[in-house]
Write a protein that binds this ligand. Structure first.
Ligand code: FAD
Ligand code: NAP
Length: 859
């Protein structure tokens, strides 16, 4: 490139909030030329604009601050647990001055358009000052909550009093003394400002559309133990980077519904007393996954709200019921609910009594006209995409970002957009962003981009662009992640639901900052997987998907990796059993069933235990005999308890989980002989057990799937009992399997090839493994067997043998179906509550059983 057509700058940054400031500092350190454009008159972004009374951070200041410079970290002293807006603005100004950043910022300048110049490999950026600047890279530090939502209430232009918006509060402040004030909006901004405005005004009326969950901040001096963190600040920050929200704290592994009511209440009270929101939704692992679990916390908070408000009608209005707690950002307040006990403060429930319009003198609702001197709008933002789309951004072939995002913000990693080369977003849609401590997330993005630019510079590359494959894979992964949570249930700005006409997609990535950081690191480590680079020496691209398993499977695998457990196959059977029991101990409990009965039955060589699960519906019911997994070595009739409950409820069938003798104490064919004995005994006693005569099916997982399959063959050969159907979940059906799934998934997905070998070694001599009672796929005749459903997962070593068995059964006229679930592993299907993305498979299993029993239901 000649000097004359070289872009003027290496990097153009839009915005001078915390993101813009750190970007400028970073690029200057790297020796790059960078300039930022900022619409406001000074630095600070959010904290420059939002000057309403009561504005504070809701992440403790010790956490909500930069970590990139240890000296800065030590020299700045926060005065309170949650600093006020003026103090945070002073901090941003201090950062700008300390690192001499203002000289590279053009204030009072709005970026209006940016066009990618393919020939020059640069962006041409036009500002409100009429200037056009070219830069190799174009980075959006425009903020997720910087574009206020348009006021969507009629008549605002008629109002003759004063109008204030929390987002752009007058710098000189507002004195509400002696005034009658109306406030619309009860999100974080409303909840922070209402107590202060009401404390000053003569009379205040709050117009609430949706009641919110708010927790008392307990603000004050920083607690000594929190302040002590500064003595080990760098370690503390590193800890924060590997949490889900970017603030150190307990990462719950247990479930709200498994602990006692007493423990739940005690833990919620402790959370409440802390006055902090980052860990509210993660006190238990199921709070954001399971409505019933979520409701235990929601009800606790509702109880607290009701206990504060004196008037029960007002309490009813202010008590949130419309969405699961933490699916909208929870609020932190100081005397918010108490404010409504004041005689000069009213609340109007505008769901019941809607606002019709703003009038010349106030607000007209369906039932009443209110006169005000001033109206305050705390009505929120066009979040995450608003500020980006306010700029006319045109990528390759003139495509506008607005068109590209017509159905939602397509992105790769929340950092880039395919077709928009050398364009980066800080905390963009598709990254954890607003669900995290934002300064920590800003730092992670800035540092990732800086590393990427460094990588390009070293490799002599000029242009980076995400591939469409990587982009659509990431968007799909993000959607799968949010779909398994309760987030989509709320009409929140996270979901784009606050802005009329905005596409309804979950804007942030909800998997947490640690999981996300791993993703970003993995992308970089795999030669920037999913990015295409161009340079003078040509193009290069390592295309692909960064996460191929379902998000909950990824989380499980990461958690197991963190635990650094020894491989099962390195242990003795008893040690392996103890570890398996310990791993099962904290599992979610599964749904309630009508009754659970323990008993024993005559196995092939003595009594064995069973556990019976009876549906809540009136009987008699069909009966399914279930065989647990565990490679014939581990587990017992109670180890798949949650799955049996789930199956019982969904299939409306009695489930009898029958134990069998385990290897190596009882080797082949003990387990299958016991399985057959169980089915014979259940068949003989079906009515006594509450079952319908003749309505008998079998189901089994893994080694239990092997037993279920073999039992069907034994029953056919013995002339009974009659089995109406078999559901085989990732069954072991061929000891000699060396198919691609066995080699491709040999390691890393819980059931490994080494572990499978260990199971076989304990269970059966090599000479006996080809016996159809060990390897039912090898049976010479598969005709005359009950219809089958075979379930497998994409990343299961046993996937191909399951598929082969289904195909062989079908070829023999048995009527078999095979469903392979993308992104799932061997242990997904029975992990009720822990792997929600496998819920569909569990519905399919239940539907198959219902189908087998359909013709048999009593009329
Ligand atoms: P911003 O601070 O929003 O800065 C973006 C800047 O870009 C703005 O100054 C804007 O004027 C400028 N800009 C936008 N478009 C253009 C354009 N086209 N041309 C020129 N300039 C442009 N997060 C937390 O983690 N903890 C909290 O406690 C917290 N409290 C918050 C309180 C409030 C009231 C709000 C609104 C948000 C809060 N947030 C909080 C989120 C907060 O936005 C981030 O923490 C952080 O300040 C964002 O920094 P930023 O630099 O990315 O964006
Ligand atoms: P918000 O959470 O979106 O709240 C907007 C409020 O206005 C809601 O109560 C909404 O009702 C109401 N509203 C919107 N349009 C309305 C209309 N046409 N008629 C009546 N009511 C209307 O916005 P925010 O309070 O500004 O907060 C946005 C985000 O900024 C927060 O979630 C948080 O992330 C951040 N923030 C943080 C703090 C902090 O504590 N540090 C403070 C402020 C903001 P519905 O709920 O029914 O839509």
């Amino acid at each position: 490139m000649s000097e004359s057509n070289r872009p003027q700058l290496d990097v153009i940054v839009v915005g001078a909030g915390f993101a813009g400031l750190y970007l400028l500092h970073k690029f200057r350190e790297m020796g790059l030329s960078a300039r930022a454009f900022e619409a406001g008159d000074d630095v600070g972004g959010t904290w420059y604009w939002n000057r309403y009374p009561g504005a504070r951070c809701d992440i403790e200041s010790i956490d909500y601050s930069f970590s990139f410079d240890p000296e800065l970290e030590q020299e700045w002293q926060w005065s309170e647990k949650y600093a006020t807006q003026p103090e945070i603005l002073r901090y941003a100004q201090h950062v700008a001055d300390r690192f001499d950043l203002r000289r590279d910022i053009s204030f009072a300048t709005r970026v209006e358009q940016a066009v990618w110049d393919e020939a020059g490999s640069c962006w041409n950026v036009t500002t409100s000052q009429g200037e056009t600047v070219s830069g190799r890279f174009f980075i959006m530090a425009t903020g997720c909550l910087s574009q206020p939502k348009d006021i969507d209430i009629e008549g605002i232009e008629n109002f003759t009093g004063a109008i204030y918006r929390t987002h752009s509060w007058p710098h000189e402040g507002v004195d509400f003394s002696g005034k009658t004030v109306g406030i619309i909006g009860t999100g974080s901004s409303g909840i922070q400002s209402i107590p202060l405005i009401a404390g000053q005004a003569d009379h205040t009326t709050v117009f609430q559309r949706t009641a919110n969950y708010s927790i008392p901040a307990g603000n004050g001096p920083i607690a000594p133990e929190k302040l002590a963190v500064k003595q080990r600040y760098q370690d503390y920050r590193e800890e924060a980077r590997w949490t889900s929200v970017g603030v150190p704290g307990k990462q719950a592994m247990d479930f709200a519904l498994t602990v006692s009511e007493e423990e739940r209440q005690q833990r919620y009270q402790e959370l409440w007393d802390k006055g902090a929101i980052p860990h509210l939704g993660s006190e238990f692992a199921d709070l954001l996954l399971d409505e019933k679990a979520n409701d235990t916390l929601a009800e606790f908070v509702r109880g607290k709200i009701r206990s504060v408000i004196e008037d029960s009608e007002v309490a009813d209005i202010l008590t949130p019921t419309e969405f699961p707690i933490c699916t909208k950002r929870a609020c932190l307040d100081t005397h918010y609910y108490q404010t409504f006990n004041k005689p000069n403060v009213d609340i109007v429930d505008i769901k019941r009594n809607p606002i019709v319009s703003i009038t010349a003198t106030g607000i007209a609702t369906k039932e009443q006209n209110f006169d005000f001197d001033a109206i305050v709008f705390a009505t929120g933002f066009d979040a995450m995409t608003g500020a980006l789309l306010a700029i006319d951004i045109r990528g390759r072939e003139g495509q506008s970002l607005k068109d590209k995002w017509a159905h939602g913000p397509l992105n790769y990693l929340g950092l880039t957009v395919s077709g928009f080369p050398n364009f980066f977003m800080i905390t963009g849609p598709g990254s954890p962003s607003v669900l995290s401590n934002m300064i920590l997330s800003i730092e992670q993005h800035v540092e990732w981009i800086a590393d990427c630019l460094e990588h390009m510079s070293k490799a002599g590359l000029d242009v980076i662009d995400a591939t469409e494959t990587a982009e659509s894979g990431w968007v799909e992964y993000g959607t799968a992640t949010s779909d398994m949570t309760l987030f989509p249930q709320a009409k929140s700005w996270y979901m784009g639901a606050n802005v009329p006409g905005k596409p309804r997609v979950c804007l942030p990535y909800v998997g947490g900052v640690a999981a996300y950081r791993r993703v970003c690191n993995d992308v970089a480590a795999q030669d920037y997987l999913g990015f295409r680079f161009d340079g003078p020496d040509g193009s290069r691209c390592n295309d692909g998907l960064v996460r191929r398993q379902q998000p909950d499977v990824v989380a499980l695998l990461e958690m197991l990796a963190d635990l650094e457990l020894p491989p099962f196959e390195s242990l003795s059977p008893d040690e392996a059993r103890a570890m398996s029991v310990a791993m099962n101990a904290g599992n979610p409990p599964g749904p309630q069933v009508g009754a659970v009965v323990d008993g024993s039955f005559p196995g092939a060589d003595g009594a064995l235990d069973y556990r019976l699960y009876r549906p809540d519906s009136p009987g008699p019911h069909p009966v399914t005999v279930y065989f647990h997994g565990g490679g014939w070595v581990l587990g017992d009739h109670t180890s798949d308890d949650a799955f049996c409950r789930d199956l019982c409820v969904n299939a409306d069938s009695v489930i009898i989980s029958a134990n069998y003798r385990h290897a190596p104490e009882a080797r082949f064919p003990a387990a299958v002989d016991d399985g057959f004995a169980a089915v014979q005994w259940v068949s003989d006693n079906i009515e006594t057990l509450g079952g319908m005569r003749g309505a008998l099916a079998v189901c089994g997982w893994s080694a239990g799937g092997n037993i279920a399959a073999v039992v069907c063959q034994l029953a056919r050969d013995a002339g009974g009992p009659e089995i109406k159907g078999q559901v085989l979940i990732t069954p072991v059906v061929d000891a000699g399997d060396d198919s691609p799934s066995m080699t491709d998934n040999a390691e890393g997905f819980v059931l490994t090839k080494a572990l499978m070998d260990w199971f076989w070694d304990h269970y059966a001599d090599p000479s006996k493994r080809a016996d159809p009672k060990a390897s039912p796929l090898l049976a010479p005749d598969l005709s005359g067997l009950p219809p089958a459903l075979v379930i497998t997962g994409e990343f299961d070593p046993l996937r191909d043998q399951g598929k082969a068995y289904a195909e062989a059964l079908d070829a023999a006229g048995t009527g078999a179906r095979h469903i392979n679930y993308p992104g799932q592993i061997h242990t997904s299907f029975t992990a009720v509550g822990a792997i929600p993305t496998a819920n569909g498979s569990r519905q399919d299993i239940a539907a198959a059983l219902r189908q087998y029993f359909k013709a048999l239901e009593p009329v």
